[in-house]
Write a protein that binds this ligand. Structure first.
Ligand SMILES: Cc1cc2nc3c(=O)[nH]c(=O)nc-3n(C[C@H](O)[C@H](O)[C@H](O)COP(=O)(O)OP(=O)(O)OC[C@H]3O[C@@H](n4cnc5c(N)ncnc54)[C@H](O)[C@@H]3O)c2cc1C
Length: 471
């Protein structure tokens, strides 16, 4: 059965008290901001952006070479971007899922898969080593079928993954209901190499580790322009300049400091709700004590998980692109998306009727046409950048940070030799074609979900071209 988009008044009522702050950032553990930059400084490595990509870059650089001077400039506060407002699903995949990686880089998917597992293991060991309290749990993730054709897809995935020893487990309805009960869920596909985490707490833990190692962090310091001279790149801010031998640009979906990035990345807004903590009887009605990350197997999918204090985070489905790479905090509150999410939530979990949502928020996803990260350099190799994670960067950004450091240090590594790292996604066309193409793709994906997954000519052509739209 597919979700109905008819909004019922009782679903809307559940939203009447929400606050529009990401749940993860509404936390007394949130650190006080570091002061902004108010002087001219110089450094070996300048990192721009204190989300996961920037924080991992700073941490890895400093851990590898403690004498290297590292400065981070952050426009707002640490984790104010996607890193503090995501679902907290930390997947091992660095290719936006095994199937996307297999389709795009069939010759190196085994290596990409192994690098992804290594990356996740190293994140886990770093969290333990640094004692970061961030509710990290290797729970595995289950894709859920709400219609029979998705079960067929799942069995095909298992076959495709077999030669690569990837542990997909098929769950029939009874097995799935022993994990989580919903009248809509008819079966699932479980992967073990996926964790959940409190993303803001992880960001703040990485921030603290950076500061403890001597990284200088300036918050509320937007970089307005980059230029270069022979040996350095100069980052301009309102009240000071930072001169650096190397710059790592980790600005994700934010308006880019390098024009070329705007051809490859479009900001797509994704919306999320968080419930109040469930009462024991409510929890019993749905089970789900294992805290697995869950998501629908459709094109337009919801992702959902539990929090440490027993709430349910429910996000996704509506992915909204705004004209001409529209971006800004005014786009983070979209009542129509919140209403649809609430309606779908009660269809999935009717036994939770009466539950209230406490938080509703949105955030921009750095969508690129191959759904997975890409890298590049500028300023004659003195600047490197990574973005394009397309909604799966909680874990993969650490790998992305390692590649940025390899590129800046001019090191040839297993990572830099990958075709995935050496190539870029196909660029998006300029407006108005950009908006038209994305709207057509969104509409077609919705139609496919309503038509047993059958793709129309537009989607088939996009697939053939290796282009796509996803959140
Ligand atoms: C709603 C939502 C749900 C998601 N769910 C998941 C999920 O469950 N699992 C998953 O793997 N991924 C998810 N993602 C994606 C994931 O959050 C991102 O891929 C990841 O956080 C990207 O990290 P980042 O450091 O590149 O970007 P960000 O966290 O966005 O950090 C970029 C930083 O750069 C700063 N910045 C920008 N411009 C400048 C400038 N000019 N000067 C100084 N600083 C600047 C910004 O202020 C920001 O702090 C989700 C994203 C969203 C929005």
């Amino acid at each position: 059965m597919i979700y109905s988009n008819n909004l019922r008044p009782e679903s809307l009522k559940s939203l009447s008290d929400v606050i529009h702050i990401p749940f993860w950032l509404d936390d007394p553990a949130k650190p006080n901001p570091e002061p902004p930059l108010t002087q001219n400084i110089s450094t070996d490595l300048l990192v721009i952006g204190a989300g996961f990509a920037g924080l991992w870059t700073a941490l890895l650089a400093k851990e590898e070479n403690p004498s290297r001077e590292v400065v981070v400039l952050e426009a707002g506060e640490t984790a104010i971007g996607a890193s503090g407002r995501n679902g907290g699903f930390m997947d091992a995949s660095i290719t936006h899922g095994f199937l996307n990686g297999l389709a795009r880089w069939p010759k190196e998917i085994a290596a990409l898969h192994a690098l992804g597992i290594k990356n996740l293991n190293e994140i886990e060991s770093t969290i333990k080593r640094l004692g970061i309290d961030c509710d990290y749990q290797l729970t595995g993730e289950i894709d859920i079928a709400t219609e029979p054709y998705l079960l067929d897809n799942f069995t095909q995935f298992i076959e495709l993954a077999k030669p690569y020893n990837i542990d997909f487990q098929y769950l029939d309805q009874e097995q799935l209901h022993s994990v989580v009960k919903s009248p809509l869920f008819i079966g699932g596909l479980k992967r073990l190499d996926s964790a959940i985490v409190n993303p803001a707490q992880l960001s703040w833990g990485l921030r603290k580790a950076c500061i403890d190692l001597g990284v200088r962090l300036y918050e509320n310091t937007p970089v307005t322009k980059l230029d270069e001279n022979d040996k350095t790149v100069i980052a301009h801010t309102a009240h000071g300049k930072a001169r650096a031998r190397h710059v790592a640009l980790a600005t994700n979906a934010f308006p880019p400091l390098l024009k070329r990035i705007s051809y490859y990345v479009v900001p797509v807004y994704d919306y999320v709700l968080m419930t109040e903590p469930l009462m024991p009887a409510q929890r019993e009605s749905i089970g789900w004590y294992g805290r697995e990350g869950l998501s629908d197997g459709n094109n337009q999918f919801h992702y959902f998980r539990t929090s440490a204090d027993g709430r349910i985070l429910w996000g996704g489905y509506d992915a909204v692109y705004y004209w001409n790479n529209g971006f800004g905090s005014h786009l983070e509150n979209r009542p129509a998306s919140f209403a649809l999410l609430a309606e779908h939530f009660f269809q999935a979990f009717p036994s939770l009727d009466g539950t209230r949502f406490t938080h509703a928020w949105g955030g921009a996803i750095d969508t690129c046409s191959r759904f997975s990260p890409f890298w590049g350099t500028a300023h004659h190799g003195k600047t490197a950048y990574t973005m394009g994670y397309t909604g799966l960067g909680v874990g993969a950004t650490r790998f992305g940070a390692q590649v940025m450091l390899d590129l800046l240090d001019n090191k040839k590594t297993e990572r830099t030799e990958l075709e995935m790292v050496r190539t870029k996604p196909l660029p998006f066309p300029p407006e108005p074609l950009r908006s038209i193409g994305i709207s057509l793709s969104r509409w077609s994906l919705d139609q496919a979900d309503r038509n047993q997954g059958h793709e129309n000519l537009w989607l088939k052509t996009m697939d053939w071209l290796g282009l796509g739209f996803d959140s």
